[in-house]
Design a protein. Structure first.
Length: 221
């Protein structure tokens, strides 16, 4: 098998991988957003914002950094790093909006906060994500010169843990409280949770299998 054939096979595999992940993440995200739009309320902001954050932004941020490992072109690596940062910042803004909506709704109905595994896990995940984001921003912009090319095992581990926590939080959130059963029903609850679990499992497998892969950057003036 020559190098051209190998390259074509690799490209096809990546396209198939991206297609599968897009379907597994896009379908539940669209389902949640559609049901939030069909029954708008203050609380609906919570599942809607979390769906976009955990099913689009966080996975995108993880995926582009994994793809960066196989990229040697300096400018492309920087572009992927910027996309990673943008997706993570957007995710945190969405999580803040979703968390505020849930908090305000519970206050309005006089309900206690942090009474479920979902809420505690979401809180821990948001805290870890915030700390990891701040650490990444400090490393990128905190020096004398902006650096888009750096490696920090702690940042990578923290990001992976936050990513996994986000996936578990979404699955638990679908079944937590009354929104999931009232808006989705048992059948869609199972399909959404299963699709999210499958997508996160595939991405985690990609994280594990690509942990040692890295392409040397070719800096361009």
């Amino acid at each position: 098998m020559n190098s051209k054939t190998v390259g074509t096979s690799s490209t096809m595999a990546k396209k198939l991988e991206l297609l599968v992940l897009s379907g597994l993440l896009g379908a539940p995200c669209a389902t949640i957003l559609a049901n939030c739009a069909a029954a708008p309320s203050l609380f609906a902001v919570h599942p809607a914002a979390n769906a976009v954050a955990f099913l689009l932004c966080f996975p995108l941020g993880i995926y582009v950094m994994l793809e960066r490992k196989s990229v040697a072109d300096f400018r492309t690596r920087v572009l992927l790093s910027k996309l990673h940062m943008f997706s993570q910042v957007l995710a945190m803004l969405l999580l803040s909006a979703g968390g505020a909506a849930a908090y305000m709704t519970k206050n309005a109905y006089g309900k206690e906060h942090f009474t479920s595994t979902h809420s505690w896990l979401a809180g821990v995940t948001a805290t870890l994500s915030t700390l990891n984001l701040l650490g990444g921003l400090a490393t990128t912009f905190g020096g004398k010169k902006t650096s888009w090319q750096w490696k920090n095992p702690g940042h990578r581990i923290g990001g992976t843990l936050a990513f996994l926590g986000g996936g578990c939080s979404v699955v638990l959130g679908v079944y937590s409280g009354g929104w999931g059963i009232s808006q989705l029903g048992e059948d869609l609850q199972f399909k959404v949770a299963g699709s999210v679990a499958a997508a996160y499992s595939l991405l985690f497998l990609k994280i594990v299998t690509s942990s040692g892969a890295s392409a040397p950057a070719k800096k361009s003036d």
